[in-house]
Design a protein around this ligand. Sequence first.
Ligand code: ADP
Ligand code: MG
Ligand code: ZN
Length: 477
Amino acid sequence: MEYVTVCGLEVHTELATKTKIFCNCTTEFGGEPNTHVCEICSGMPGTLPVLNKRVVEFAVRTGLALNCEITQYNKFDRKNYFYPDLPKAYQISQLYLPICRNGWVEINDSINGGKKKVRIHEIHMEEDAGKLVHDDWTESTLVNYNRCGVPLLEIVSEPDIASADEAVEYVEKLRAILQFCGVSDCKMQEGSLRADVNVSVMPKGSTEFGTRTEMKNINSFRAIKNAVEAEAQRQIELIEDGDKVVQETRRWDDSKGTSYSMRSKEDAQDYKYFPEPDLPPIQLDDEYIESIKATLPELPEAKKQRYITDYSLTEYDANILCSDKNYAILFDKTVEITNNPKDSAHWIMGDLMKLLNDSQTLPENMSFRQESLGEIINLVNGNKISRESAKKVLKAVFEDNVIPEAYVKEHNMEMVSDTGAIKSVIEEIVANNEKAVQEYKDGKDKSFNFLVGQSMRALKGKAPSTEVTRILKELLG
Ligand code: ADP
Ligand code: MG
Ligand code: ZN
């Protein structure tokens, strides 16, 4: 029998606020264990939470960017569960009136071709939990509360995703939008963007969803792809063997490429949700929402279209440049400096991507001055340095953040622009290569290329080859 995959994602993103959601502790990643904590976020009895305004602002901004309706009257609820990384034994979250609802993200339809919308059921605000550190040596578990109370948005999709590729593209699109909006740094390797992946399968043509399983906290694109594929396959095999899929939470082990059962899936009622009594409801007026709408930046999709129409970039290039905010910012800056979108895209897509790839650097970790790339392109296009030199300068910029002009001077890379100087070098080549000169005059084109090569070498590649060719032709008559 043929089966189809049904997948819905719950994506958690840590917000880039300076302080936590209900106290003034820093949200900074890392730090000595249990140093970013206070009475409130470590759950001391008798303390009261105070809502960070920025969290509401970021939630509304995200909702608007994801085409959601904003719930003007929304409130917090208590989700009760005991777990050592959550010292209060409840999480402040939103169940009944989440701040955003009914949005969508557009992706490519991997089954039918064309585009499709993945609907967003809701976005709610909540607090993150701490981290448990299992220590095999002492066979004990330590707990670090630094992450407790870091603000999260949970973005819940409808089960509209039909393949592993669609799941990946959905998260890629979401990540770019969140990043462009400035609400999260979306560093997946630091856990600031992670996905709970729900998967079920059903016979092709069926309208009734199968039983789903959930794999929690997956934090790389590769792992999302592998997890959806492997879980769908596991379920198909179960059904084919006459067994049933059990609704449960499973842990995906990407290094082993398998998932294993963690616990049976809780339902909302297991958490005994009730309205959070320590926080007043939030009332957002039209004016407030409009004021946030006015701060929305150009979003990835619009930017991509603009690159294609205004700059004649290919869809492929535009897609990659808009896949990460850091590429787009660098590209915009480079175009501003060079006034040459084609070359700017070319250098980023080619030489820079290669440097990133070879050094396994993520785009968010590029640390050079943004103007440098445009300056290098201007130096090449103005015939001040050769392309070969430009590659070397870019490498130095990428690795050591050098200033292109100074580096070029210091390393004596400037092109010889003095025609007289170029000419005298070429004259010497002509004088010393009588044989090649004669061969050229007898009609052998190869010998001309040889002479160009010799001249370029003598000039250490620092003269424009068009100029060398011109002078050589002139000298040989
Ligand atoms: P819960 O309240 O138990 O977490 P939800 O209805 O909120 O369940 O759904 C959680 C996630 O699971 C959503 O992203 C949703 O799209 C997805 N989901 C629901 N049913 C299915 C299904 N049959 N197959 C795959 N994903 C599903
Ligand atoms: Mg849920
Ligand atoms: Zn605190």
